[in-house]
Design a binder for this molecule. Structure first.
Ligand SMILES: *[C@@H]1O[C@H](CO)[C@@H](O)[C@H](O)[C@H]1NC(C)=O
Ligand SMILES: *[C@@H]1O[C@H](CO)[C@@H](O)[C@H](O)[C@H]1NC(C)=O
Ligand SMILES: *[C@@H]1O[C@H](CO)[C@@H](O)[C@H](O)[C@H]1NC(C)=O
Ligand SMILES: *[C@@H]1O[C@H](CO)[C@@H](O)[C@H](O)[C@H]1NC(C)=O
Length: 758
C-alpha cells in the first residue's frame, strides 16, 4: 500500500500547488485509510468540521487545485461552537455545506472535467464526491453522469494494464511529452491510473484542514481511484486504463524516431501492445528489430553441417553482427535479447563463401537449405546461384556412386561445367540411345555367333559324341572367354585413354565397370540346353557358365559399390524423390539391388542343390578315399580343391546327360542314343542304375533351369543398371569413338562365343 501511495504522490507532485504539497508531506506520515465513515460527525446547523468532509478525488489532486481550494475556503469561516451566554468560549474553523453545494457549481467542475473525464473511473469518483457534497446527480450538464453509478468491468472498454509495463517502454518514450498537449508521458499515465481498491495517500483521518497561515483550506489526503468502483476485483497493484491513455497521449510524430532502431522497436511494440497498431504508421513493422525476422536470438542460432569448412570470416560474422533485439513477450512488450542481425550476416555471405564439404552432396544440400532459410527473405540478397533448387537435391554427379567420369578434360567444344548439375548437351558426346544401342549390338552379335556356331557344331557332334574331351576343357575355355572379355575391355579402355582429352580416365576402374555390361550368356546356355541330347555340348555350356561366373564376380565390385552407396545416402528410402534425373537414378539403383539379390539367391540355391546332388549320389563314400589319397600324393590343397570342383562339375554334367538320355528314350527311342549312353556308362565312375538315379537327375535339371533363369534375371538387372546409369550420367559418361569400341567388343565377344561353342 505504501509503495502505490508514494508513487501516486510522486506522480501528482508536479501539478500540486505548493500548499497541497506541503500539506501532503506533513500528512503522509499517518496514512491509514481503513474504517473511516464519511458522514460528518458534528453538524453545527449546516456547518461541519472540514476534517469530516470526503477526501479529495484523485483527478483533482493531480491538477491545479487552487479553484477547488478557494471554493472550499469561501465556505469556511471561524464559527463559535461553544457559548456561555453571549460569550463564545470556543471558536472553530467550519465549512458550510449549503455554501459548498452552491460553490461547486458546474462552472467550477467544468474546469476540472477535461482531465477528470479522461478515465471513466476518475470521472465516477469525482461524481460520487459531488453527489455527496452537493447532492447533485450530474457534473456539468444534466445527464452527463448517466451510467457512472452503475459501472462494471466492461466500462473499461479497452481494458487495463499494470503500470509496471512502462518499464518495457524506452526512455525516449517515457521521457517524452504528448505531441498535442505537451503533457509528459508520466503525467498522462497518472491521469489514467487507478488502484485495485480505493486507497488514501495522506492523513485519512484528517483529509482537510484550514490553514490560518495560508488563509486557505488545504487537503491533507486524497483518495485514489479504485477498480472496485466497477464492482469487480483485480489483484493488488497499480493499473491504468488503456483507452484513457491511448486517447490522451498522442505519439505523432513518434518520440523515438531518432533514437536508434532498438528504441524505436521497443516504442512501437509498446504502443502496439498497449494501444494497438492504429496509432502507428502503416508500415511500422518494416524496420522492427525483433527476433521474429530481423534478428535471430543467439541461443537459436545454428550452423550447417559443413561448418568445419567455413572460412573464419564467415564464422566471425556472428560476432560482428551481434546486436540487441526485442523478443516480444506474451503480451507483446519488448524483452531485450542478444541476437544476430540477419541482414548484416546475409550481406556478407553467399553460396560461394564456403567451399569444401559445403559444396558436396548432403552437406551441400544442408548448407543450401540453411542459407535459404536464413537469407532468402532478406531484401536484395542474391547469394544463391540460379540453379540452387537443383543443388538442394542430389545432382546427377552426386547420384553416381563413383567419383570419376569419362569426359574430355579440355575441349573447346564442351561447355564447361562450372557447377555440379548444370550439365549441358554437347555435340561430341554420343547420345544415350547410341550408348545403350552399342551394348545391344554387342549382345545381338554374340547371340548370332553362338547360334551359328551351335548349328555347325551340331553337325559335327552328330558325327561323333563329343563328351570325350579333356575333363578340364570347360575350365580353360571359360577362363579364356572371360579373359577375352577382359581383354576387350582393357583394349577399349586404352583406346579411350589414348584419345586426346581423356588422359585422366582411370583404366582399371573403367575396365571393371565395363565388366558389368549385360551379356547374353543365359541365351547361349539355353540354346545348348534345348538341343536334342545327342547334340548337347555340355562342355560349351559349362565354359559359358564359368566365364559368366568370372565376369559377374568382377562386376560385383561396381554392383556392390552402387548398392552400398545407395544405402549410405538413403537412395533406397526416398532421398531421390526431389532429385533432377531421379527416375534414371532409381532405375540404376534398383538394377544393382536386384543384381545383388539374385546373386545371393543363386548362391544359396547352388549350395543347396549341390548338397542335394551330393547326397543323392552318395558322394561322401566316394570322396573320402579321394581326399585321403590326395593327402598322400599331392601337397597342394588348392590343387586338390580344383580336382574336387572338377569332379563335382563333371558329375553334375553326367547327371544332366542321363536326365536327357532318359527323356529322349521316353519320347523317341533311337538306337543311337542308347548306344551312346552305353558308351558313356562305361566312362562314368559310378553306376547309374537304381532308384537314386532319377531323383538326382531331376535335381540336376532343376539346377540347370535355375541357372539359366538366374542368368536371365542378372542380365535384366544389368540392363536396368546400365540404362539408369547412362541416362543419369549422360554427358558425364562420354566414351569417345563409340563405334570403334563397339566393333572391338563385337569382335572379342564373337571370338569368345565361337570358342565357347566348340
Ligand atoms: C501488434 O499487436 C497485435 C494485437 O495485440 C498482435 O497480434 C501483433 O502481433 C502485434 N504486432 C507485432 C509486430 O508485435
Ligand atoms: C513508410 O511509409 C511512408 C509513407 O507512407 C514513407 O515515407 C516511409 O519512408 C515508409 N517507411 C519505411 C520504413 O518504409
Ligand atoms: C586447353 O587447351 C588449350 C589449347 O587447346 C590450352 O591453351 C589451354 O591451356 C588448355 N586448358 C587447360 C586447363 O588445360
Ligand atoms: C569442335 O567441333 C568442330 C566440329 O563440330 C570441329 O571442327 C573442331 O575442330 C572442334 N574443336 C576442337 C578444339 O576440338
Amino acid at each position: 500500500m505504501k509503495i502505490s501511495s508514494t508513487r501516486l504522490v510522486l506522480l501528482t507532485a508536479g501539478v500540486h500547488g505548493v500548499a497541497a504539497r506541503e500539506a501532503l508531506q506533513s500528512a503522509a506520515v499517518n496514512a491509514n485509510g481503513e474504517g473511516r465513515t464519511l458522514t460528518p460527525q458534528n453538524n453545527y446547523n449546516g456547518w461541519v468540521n472540514p476534517e469530516d468532509l470526503a477526501p479529495m478525488p484523485q483527478c483533482i489532486a493531480q491538477q491545479d487545485q487552487s479553484t477547488w481550494l478557494s471554493t472550499m475556503t469561501k465556505c469556511t469561516s471561524k464559527q463559535c461552537t461553544s457559548h456561555f451566554g453571549f460569550i463564545c468560549t470556543h471558536h472553530q474553523w467550519l465549512t458550510q455545506l449549503s455554501c459548498l453545494s452552491i460553490g461547486f457549481s458546474s462552472d467550477v467542475i467544468e474546469g476540472y472535467l477535461p482531465y477528470c473525464g479522461r478515465s471513466v473511473l476518475a470521472k465516477a469518483q469525482l461524481y460520487l464526491w459531488i453527489r455527496k457534497i452537493t447532492g447533485r446527480t450530474w457534473l456539468v450538464d444534466v445527464g452527463d453522469a448517466n451510467g457512472l453509478q452503475n459501472l462494471s468491468p466492461a466500462s473499461l472498454a479497452e481494458g487495463y494494464a499494470a503500470v509496471d509495463v512502462t518499464y518495457n517502454a524506452p526512455t525516449c518514450l517515457t521521457g517524452s511529452v504528448s505531441a498535442l498537449s505537451m503533457e509528459p508521458f508520466q503525467h498522462v499515465m497518472a491521469s489514467c491510473s487507478f488502484t485495485s481498491t480505493t486507497q488514501h495517500t495522506g492523513n485519512a483521518a484528517r483529509p482537510w484542514e484550514y490553514s490560518e497561515s495560508l488563509r486557505s483550506m488545504i487537503a491533507l489526503d486524497f483518495e485514489t481511484v479504485g477498480y472496485d468502483l466497477t464492482r469487480g476485483s483485480i489483484g493488488y497493484g497499480d493499473y491504468f486504463d488503456k483507452e484513457c491513455f491511448c486517447s490522451a497521449f498522442a505519439i505523432e510524430p513518434e518520440p523515438c524516431s531518432s533514437s536508434g532502431q532498438l528504441d524505436l522497436t521497443k516504442e512501437r511494440l509498446w504502443i502496439n501492445a498497449t494501444c494497438g497498431s492504429t496509432l502507428l504508421p502503416d508500415n511500422w513493422t518494416d524496420i522492427l528489430k525483433t527476433t521474429e525476422f530481423a534478428c535471430i536470438p543467439i541461443e537459436d542460432w545454428h550452423w550447417p553441417m559443413c561448418v568445419v569448412d567455413m572460412p573464419k570470416q564467415v564464422i566471425e560474422l556472428t560476432d560482428q553482427c551481434a546486436t540487441d533485439a526485442c523478443e516480444p513477450d506474451s503480451s507483446g512488450y519488448c524483452k531485450v535479447k542478444r541476437a544476430v542481425d540477419r541482414a548484416c550476416f546475409c550481406r556478407d555471405i553467399s553460396y560461394d563463401s564456403c567451399g569444401g564439404s559445403c559444396q558436396i552432396f548432403e552437406t551441400r544440400i544442408d548448407y543450401i537449405n540453411w542459407l535459404h532459410d536464413l537469407c532468402s527473405n532478406v531484401q536484395d540478397w542474391h547469394g544463391l546461384p540460379d540453379n540452387w533448387r537443383q543443388l538442394a537435391a542430389p545432382t546427377p554427379l552426386d547420384m553416381i556412386p563413383w567419383r570419376w567420369t569419362i569426359k574430355p578434360s579440355n575441349d573447346s567444344n564442351i561447355t564447361y561445367i562450372t557447377r555440379l548439375g548444370s550439365i549441358k548437351s554437347t555435340e561430341t558426346c554420343a547420345s544415350n540411345e547410341w550408348k545403350l544401342g552399342s551394348f545391344a549390338l554387342v549382345n545381338i552379335a554374340t547371340f548370332f555367333a553362338a547360334f551359328l556356331r551351335q548349328r555347325t557344331s551340331i553337325h559335327r557332334i552328330a558325327r561323333g559324341f563329343q563328351w570325350h574331351q579333356h575333363p578340364w576343357c570347360w575350365f580353360f575355355k571359360g577362363t579364356l572367354i572371360a579373359a577375352l572379355q577382359l581383354l576387350a575391355n582393357w583394349f577399349n579402355t586404352l583406346l579411350v585413354q589414348k584419345t586426346p582429352g581423356y588422359e585422366d580416365v582411370p583404366v582399371i576402374q573403367l575396365m571393371l565397370l565395363w565388366c558389368s555390361m549385360p551379356r547374353l550368356a543365359w541365351l547361349t546356355i539355353l540354346l545348348i540346353g534345348v538341343q536334342p541330347f545327342e547334340a548337347m555340348n555340355f562342355s560349351a555350356a559349362a565354359s559359358s557358365l564359368f566365364a559368366e561366373v568370372i565376369l559377374q564376380f568382377v562386376s560385383s565390385y561396381y554392383m556392390v559399390m552402387t548398392v552400398n552407396y545407395g544405402r549410405e545416402h538413403d537412395f533406397y528410402f526416398g532421398a531421390l524423390e526431389r532429385a533432377d534425373r531421379g527416375i534414371p537414378a532409381k532405375i540404376m539403383y534398383a538394377g544393382a539391388l536386384i543384381w545383388l539379390f539374385i546373386i545371393s539367391l543363386a548362391l544359396v540355391q547352388l549350395i543347396r542343390a549341390t548338397c542335394k546332388v551330393n547326397r543323392l549320389t552318395g558322394s561322401g563314400s566316394l570322396d573320402l578315399p579321394k581326399w585321403q589319397r590326395g593327402k598322400q600324393t599331392t601337397s597342394s590343397i588348392a590343387e586338390e580343391l580344383m580336382a574336387q570342383l572338377n569332379e563335382r562339375c563333371t558329375r553334375l554334367m553326367e547327371q544332366l546327360a542321363y536326365y536327357w538320355m532318359d527323356k529322349s528314350r521316353d519320347s523317341e527311342e533311337t538306337p543311337l542314343t542308347s548306344s551312346e549312353g552305353g558308351d558313356y556308362r562305361v566312362y562314368g565312375t559310378f553306376s547309374v542304375k537304381g532308384q537314386n538315379n532319377w531323383a538326382s537327375q531331376k535335381a540336376s535339371v532343376e539346377l540347370y533351369a535355375a541357372t539359366v533363369i538366374s542368368m536371365l534375371l542378372l542380365w535384366i538387372a544389368q540392363w536396368l543398371f546400365w540404362g539408369g546409369f547412362i541416362s543419369l550420367s549422360s554427358e558425364e559418361f562420354c566414351p569417345p569413338k563409340l563405334g570403334v569400341l563397339t566393333a572391338v567388343w563385337i569382335a572379342f565377344s564373337v571370338a569368345g562365343a565361337t570358342i565357347g561353342a566348340t
